[in-house]
Design a protein around this ligand. Structure first.
Ligand code: ADP
Ligand code: MG
Length: 627
């Protein structure tokens, strides 16, 4: 058996870097600015611990394009490199000077915010440039160095006469990447990736109006001065301590993050942990609307203040992806596939930390100002209900603050609801029945019938409600949710009550047969009930189970029952104690048929089921009748 070493040479790696390392060419600028930032932060650290005896000053990173020469320049005032350092850090591909620095200054520099760690970022420059130059002067008392490379393994390295400390990277942009010399394109990239980086970044200049003197005449034009155009906010809100921020600061940061968003967030959650992983950030609960601008604003993921992505799938639990804001963590592995991410231990911990923080925040909002929480409920319920459905941990915590609104605008927690209804709404088998409606107007007659009995009716109107109540029923003992229109009111909550019918057994049998002659069988099951004589003569209901399965099928899930194409089936409840019905007995057949048809249409009308031609005919017929 032969053994040996596979030889990976830089010659082989170059084309790979150019083609595959980063699918997105535009990230080269992010990488080079990250390096310039690292160089500046390193200097800051060395001066702070007394290892570099130079003036740190107020360093700025500058980005400049020269269209004539087709070059892009990234200039910093950081630690720079000596000739030997260029050889070591640049020529050795995949050797990270950032990692080495962090290793060396382990204890003091762990919070320095240094970004790099793969030792490959610099070479992303060759995705857009055919030639790259480095002119660099170290903070150490040594001559400057000039490195030139044209995208092959050959390079030249000479002394240079640069006298100010720092590094200038010069990219000779490829003909087919010239877009990266355009002001607009550069601005776009800087705003996307570098908007919150920790060192000021200058791109060109801008005019600034000076404040007018107090005694200046009205019509005097304001004086203008030219100032550096700094594109970033080096100290974004999420890097500060919550105690140093006011409500207004959080709102301002939201606007900074989403300049096109004019709706204010409902509330925020400041994330801040450093053990067992590092994570900071601010999440906002937005008002959920159908506004398209809203959908585009997503949670942004940063690593040490560098924008990475706004696809946080796998890192943030799915139900929270509807939130807005920022998460910043150096502990999230970035260059790996999403499926790997989901299995990563640190990422799992991050996800459950975020879930916990959100639950805690909701609980404290509920405890501290219930009235306000109730007001916001309609805007946040979708997120909460979805979270209850998908995250068991959240489901548990949510018991303390989930609200169950009634059709009359009262809000109960589950505990309060139980207390309120358990006496009146427990059926003969000891099951507590929670009545709900999904639409106040459409189900009005059913709601009033239930209220007349002293029942509480909840208003549950989000599309995931069928799924959620399924989950609630299985997690709590002996309860069931029943929609008000799923049976006639006496059957919604079955109690041991004698029902006496005005009609004899035979009369009832005959009546049922008469109805079945007139009413379409494939749609309605005729069900005779001895109800209160004041209750409606005919009621159309849809059994809870059937309707719920159908709804679940429509919103995903439940499909295993194969009920997608199930026909609409209803029960036609006939109140044998209502005078109109009892008087049908013994009537002439034609007269019976006329009354049954007309009352069926009325019952359909109150369930919103009478439409189109049938409705037209009904209206016509009714006019005829009152003539
Ligand atoms: P990483 O940033 O992951 O360490 P890079 O390929 O981006 O890897 O950079 C390699 C190394 O080159 C850096 O670690 C740093 O030591 C050096 N370097 C790159 N750019 C600069 C710069 N602007 N100033 C000083 N050193 C730099
Ligand atoms: Mg780097």
């Amino acid at each position: 058996m032969a053994t040996g070493k596979i030889n990976v040479s830089v010659e082989n790696i170059f084309p790979l870097i150019k083609k595959f390392l980063y699918s997105d060419h535009e990230i080269f600028l992010r990488e080079l600015i990250s390096n310039a930032t690292d160089a500046t932060l390193k200097l800051k650290h060395l001066t702070s611990i007394g290892e570099a005896s130079v003036e740190y000053g107020n360093p700025v990173i500058e980005v400049k394009a020269d269209k004539d020469k087709q070059t892009l320049h990234i200039i910093d005032q950081g630690i720079g490199m000596t000739k030997e350092e260029v050889e070591k850090y640049i020529n050795e591909v995949a050797f990270s000077g950032a990692e080495e620095f962090l290793e060396k200054y382990k204890d003091s520099a762990k919070d320095s915010g240094i970004i790099g760690h793969f030792g490959l970022g610099f070479y992303s420059a060759f995705m857009v440039a055919n030639k790259v130059e480095i002119i660099t002067k170290s903070y150490k008392d040594e001559p400057a160095a000039h490195w030139i490379c044209e995208g092959t393994t050959d390079f030249s390295l000479e002394e240079a006469d640069k006298t100010e400390r720092g590094t200038e990277i010069i990219l000779h942009i490829n003909d087919d990447e010239k877009e990266f010399l355009e002001d607009n394109r550069i601005s776009e990239l800087l705003t996307k990736y570098n908007k919150f980086m920790p060192i000021p970044i200058k791109f060109g200049t801008k005019e600034k109006e000076l404040p007018k003197a107090e005694d200046a005449p009205e019509d005097e034009e304001a004086k203008k001065v030219t100032v550096d155009n700094i594109i970033n906010n080096p100290e974004p809100a999420w890097t500060k301590q919550p105690t140093d921020l006011e409500e207004e600061d959080y709102k301002n940061f939201y606007r900074e993050l989403y300049p096109m968003q004019f709706e204010e967030p409902l509330f925020h959650i400041h994330l801040n942990v450093d053990y067992p992983f590092n994570l900071t950030g601010i999440l906002y609960f937005p008002k959920l609307s159908n506004d398209m601008a809203m959908q585009k604003d997503k949670i942004q993921l940063y690593q040490n203040q560098v924008f990475v992505t706004d696809n946080v799938e796998g890192i943030v639990p799915e139900f929270l992806t509807m939130l807005k804001g920022v998460i910043d963590s150096p502990d999230i592995p970035l260059n790996v596939s999403r499926s790997y991410l989901q299995a990563d231990g640190a990422v799992k911990k991050i996800s459950s930390y975020i879930t916990r923080k959100v639950a805690d925040k909701l609980k404290s909002l509920f405890n501290n100002n219930r009235e306000d929480f109730e007001k916001k409920w309609d805007d946040i319920k979708v997120v909460i209900e979805y979270g209850m459905l998908t995250e068991d941990k959240f489901f548990e915590k949510a018991q303390k603050f989930t609200l169950y609104p009634t059709v009359d605008g009262e809000y109960f927690t589950y505990e309060e609801l139980e207390e309120k209804i358990k006496d009146n709404q427990t059926d003969k088998d000891g099951k507590m029945v929670i009545l709900y409606a999904s639409n106040k107007d459409e189900q009005h007659s059913y709601i009033s019938a239930a209220k007349e009995k002293g029942y509480q009716v909840l208003l549950l109107d989000t599309p995931i409600v069928p799924h959620l109540i399924q989950k609630l029923e299985s997690s709590k003992e002996n309860i069931s949710f029943v929609r008000v229109d799923s049976d006639h009111v006496d059957n919604l909550i079955k109690k041991d009550e004698d029902k006496t019918s005005k009609l004899s057994e035979e009369e009832q049998e005959k009546l049922k047969a008469d109805f079945e002659k007139v009413v379409p069988k494939e749609k309605y099951t005729v069900q005779l009930e001895a109800m209160d004589s004041n209750a409606a003569p005919l009621i159309i209901t849809q059994p809870e189970f059937m309707r719920r399965m159908k709804e679940m099928q429509q919103t995903g899930g439940g499909g295993m029952f194969g009920m997608g194409n199930m026909p609409e089936m209803y029960n036609l409840v006939v109140n044998t104690n209502n005078d109109l019905i009892s008087s049908l007995v013994g009537k002439e057949e034609a007269e019976q048929e006329r009354i049954i048809k007309q009352s069926l249409d009325l019952a359909r009308l109150s369930q919103n089921l009478l439409k189109g031609e049938e409705l037209t005919n009904f209206v016509k017929r009714s006019f005829e009748m009152i003539k």
